[in-house]
Design a protein around this ligand. Structure first.
Ligand code: SF4
Ligand code: SF4
Length: 361
């Protein structure tokens, strides 16, 4: 069964456990990588099954066009018409750009094309390149924060793979005035806009990195290959909130994340655990849980993977069977982001941090 949308074929196939939905680029990438598993980073046996196809499966839809309810479908068509081309362009580009790497691995069993990585490693940690990267991402894509960390295989979605181990994580803000109108067309629109823009951004930044001779793989934020919020948490960009989003000092949960994987550890990892206090604040708040229309947020987080390197336990905060149908119908719900005090921005983050740390002292 196939549906074609804006130049990218989306294949929907049954694997016996439900429907899977993958872009053509992702499907080809994974199929090829399966023939040389030792040359890529593969998911861990403990990895979770998530990603694009899992989302639609949970929606009870065999395709994006079949999201439950007529209003959901209609809204999808309207939003897709607006952002679909960009969304698919970013996804398509991220796979097209790594075709030469795959070809190299298929033909030679290793990378043989020239890389500046070893040269750049001589000046580790490469602070000049790091600040050039920050400038490029900020000036061109309004990305004000980048994390850098090692990818644990457990964060690669089940049966998926990536090419490189070192993860740059990029964050873009969702506009507060739009999210404040959640749930509805404007917040849904903003969710799709940010997926589309961030997808384009990471594809472009990966190209910029390649222009510097750094082997890079961009991963689109829509669906994707890895679970990005805990990866960003590991990179010290924020802490997990009660609703499961990454709470960042800059925008709270009002952001989206996407990674680029690079071959060498060119920079210092940004890992830290400065945001652990957030969980303590959540225990006194509970706004997201009280306001979730689907009653999807758990009282207590559930451990989904134990002993993740650099993370500890990975915990699930929401019942996806309850959240995803509502999220799909509203094209991005976002109520649990809207009502989170951290969405107000850095001043609130600092204020709440002081409150918690004063209590402790
Ligand atoms: S996105 Fe909506 S339905 Fe899902 S957990 Fe948040 S508030 Fe609940
Ligand atoms: S709304 Fe409250 S409980 Fe929920 S994540 Fe934000 S601070 Fe935590």
């Amino acid at each position: 069964m196939k549906a074609s949308q804006n130049n990218e074929n989306i294949d929907i196939e049954s694997d016996g456990s439900g429907y899977r939905l993958q872009g053509k680029g992702e499907k080809e990438f994974l199929n090829k990588c399966r023939s040389f598993p030792d040359l890529v980073i593969t998911s861990h046996p403990n990895s979770l099954q998530e990603g694009f196809e899992y989302f639609f499966q949970k929606l009870g839809a065999k395709s994006p066009m079949q999201m439950r309810g007529r209003s959901g479908s209609l809204r999808f068509v309207i939003v897709f018409a607006k952002y679909g081309r960009k969304l698919m362009k970013g996804r398509k580009k991220s796979y097209k750009d790594i075709e030469p790497y795959i070809l190299d691995l298929e033909q030679n069993g290793k990378y043989t094309t020239k890389s500046e990585g070893p040269e750049l490693l001589k000046t580790y940690p490469n602070k000049n390149l790091w600040s050039e990267l920050l400038d490029y991402a900020k000036n061109k894509w309004n990305i004000i924060k980048i994390g850098f960390t090692e990818l644990p295989s457990e964060l690669i979605f089940r049966n998926k793979m990536v090419l490189f181990r070192h993860a740059l994580v990029f964050m873009q803000e969702m506009k507060k005035d739009k999210i404040d109108k959640a749930p509805g067309k404007e917040a849904g629109d903003e969710t799709m806009r940010i997926y589309a823009e961030l997808g384009e951004a990471v594809a472009d930044i990966a190209e910029w990195l390649r222009s510097k001779g750094i082997r890079s793989q961009a991963v689109n934020p829509l669906g994707g290959l890895v679970c990005t919020p805990p990866l960003a948490g590991k990179a010290g960009m924020g802490g997990q909130g009660k609703q499961g989003c990454l709470i960042t000092p800059e925008f709270g949960p009002r952001q989206r994340l996407a990674p680029i994987f690079i071959e060498e550890k060119l920079f210092e990892y940004t890992d830290n655990n400065e945001h652990e206090w957030i969980e303590q604040y959540c225990r006194t708040c509970g706004n997201c849980q009280k306001n979730c229309p689907a009653k999807a947020i758990y009282d207590e987080k559930v451990i989904s993977i134990e002993n993740l390197p650099g993370i500890g336990a990975m915990r699930t905060c929401i019942d996806k069977d309850k959240c995803f149908p509502y999220f799909g119908k509203t094209m991005g719900c976002s109520i649990c982001i809207k009502v989170c005090p951290f969405s107000n921005g850095p001043k609130t983050y600092e204020k709440l941090k002081n409150l918690i740390t004063q209590k402790e002292n």
